[in-house]
Ligand binder design. Structure first.
Ligand code: GAL
Length: 427
């Protein structure tokens, strides 16, 4: 697992680091701490720098300000969807022995990277101190546990397999925007109609993890949840004909996407949908929060599970850690208490598009999108996201991201299939 982090580091270009350090450490203090002396600062490292993501973080910060008056929140967010810049900066800081007070990590394989590298502390005792033992569903706690010890506190559950659509654009080809196409093939048929109706790039797509999410959604639809899970735990053969067929469909989907996909991030792709340039984008439900932040009225968009995945909830969960040898563990613990509290989860998730990780939340307190997601989380088949660390390590993700970007430039299905299989075997 150390390999994952050092590989991440190896990928950091000097230019990239310079670019992100300009956005990071913005000293956006939200705590109401009495003093601002260094040992009272709680540096919180995330990639929630803008829009709906920042609104969610602000919600958490406001509860922290009330509940942790002795401490001062210091915002160490580094912009870039899915931590595309942040994870590299974090790896650097951890290796240099300069951890933040707490950092965001995905429940699952990604968290295990940090645990196995000895970079986060066992916080099982905090679960007892804060009464969290029964607050979260057992399957989520299992994702945060190694050898019987729990290493982080989950803030939320997000759904990855969601398509966001512009019904006005879809009308141009007489497509009903309220209903998901039944399969990837049916979606391709609709995309073909849209193109014929003059929408030149009907599927808005952005760089990196968004492409990984789209390929995951196609694999989930085509293989079904059991075989899909097997791709990540070694039980499904990446070399299979069903994977080849799914990757060919992914290749076809790319032909409907914007040509600048390697140059834009997910909020830009969403913007293409909102402004009528595109009909659809596939993205996690942080989009629900972004639409609110961008003041897009509910009537201007629709959403549904990505085609062929109606019965599945592809999940990921953001959690917060207590880094080993962090500067102010007491402040960090107070942050963690806020993250796990009923009030903290409500303040965060009502703004973030996600649903609370706690099982005791009242759906009536949440916006319409989250009410539906809360019901689906209970009733659908749960499968993990690789792009957001539930199923894949940082090293595996980096290898998959390189394969996706190569494919985007020069789509060769055989090459992609073999690169994905190798990523899951070796990194
Ligand atoms: C995910 C993260 C989400 C959201 C998204 C887009 O990795 O878990 O909370 O921030 O990236 O940036």
């Amino acid at each position: 697992m150390r390999g994952g982090l050092s590989k991440t580091l190896a990928l950091v270009g000097a230019a990239g680091l310079l670019a992100v350090s300009a956005c990071g450490n913005s000293d956006d203090s939200g705590g109401s701490g009495s003093g601002s002396s260094a040992n009272k600062d709680v540096t919180v490292f995330t990639w929630w720098a803008d829009g709906g993501e920042k609104a969610g973080l602000d919600g958490l910060v406001s509860v922290f300000g009330t509940d942790c008056k002795d401490f001062k929140f210091v915002n160490s967010a580094v912009a870039g969807g899915a931590g595309s810049n942040a994870k590299q900066v974090l790896a650097n800081d951890l290796q240099a022995g300069k951890p933040p007070s707490t950092f965001q990590a995905h429940a699952g394989a990604e968290l295990k990277d940090y645990i196995n590298a000895g970079q986060v502390d066992d916080i099982s005792q905090l679960y007892k101190d804060f009464g969290l033992d029964k607050a979260f569903p057992q399957n989520l706690i299992d994702n945060l546990t190694v050898d019987g010890k729990i290493y982080s506190i989950p803030a939320n559950v997000h759904r990855a397999n969601v398509v966001w659509a512009n019904p006005t654009v879809l009308k141009k080809a007489s497509i009903d925007g309220t209903k998901a196409p039944a399969s990837i093939d049916a979606w391709i048929a609709d995309l073909t109609k849209l193109k014929a109706a003059g929408v030149t790039a009907p599927l808005a797509l952005s760089k990196g993890f968004a492409q990984e999410m789209l390929v995951e959604a196609v694999l989930l639809a085509e293989l079904g949840p059991d075989k899909f899970k097997g791709l990540w735990d070694g039980k499904t053969d990446w070399a299979g004909g069903d994977v080849t067929s799914a990757l060919n469909k992914y290749k076809t989907l790319l032909t409907f996407s914007n040509t600048d996909r390697e140059a834009i991030d997910w909020p830009d792709a969403l913007g293409y949908v909102n402004t009528g340039k595109a009909g659809y984008t596939l993205m996690g439900d942080w989009v629900a929060a972004q639409q609110v932040a961008d003041k897009i009225p509910d009537s201007a968009y629709t959403y549904w599970p990505s085609p062929g995945t109606e019965g599945d909830f592809q999940f990921l969960s953001d959690s917060f850690t207590l880094p080993t040898n962090g500067a102010d563990p007491d402040g960090a613990k107070c942050w963690l208490k806020t993250v796990g509290s009923a009030e903290g989860q409500k303040a965060f998730n009502t703004k973030k598009g996600s649903i609370p990780a706690r099982s005791d939340a009242d759906p009536a307190d949440y916006p319409k999108y989250q009410q539906g997601a809360m019901a689906d989380w209970k009733s659908k088949t749960i499968v993990p996201s690789c792009a957001h660390g539930a199923a894949c390590t940082l090293g595996q993700n980096n290898d998959i991201l390189s394969a996706m970007s190569q494919f985007s430039g020069s789509p060769d299905v055989a090459k992609l299939q073999s690169a994905l299989g190798t990523a899951m075997k070796t990194s």
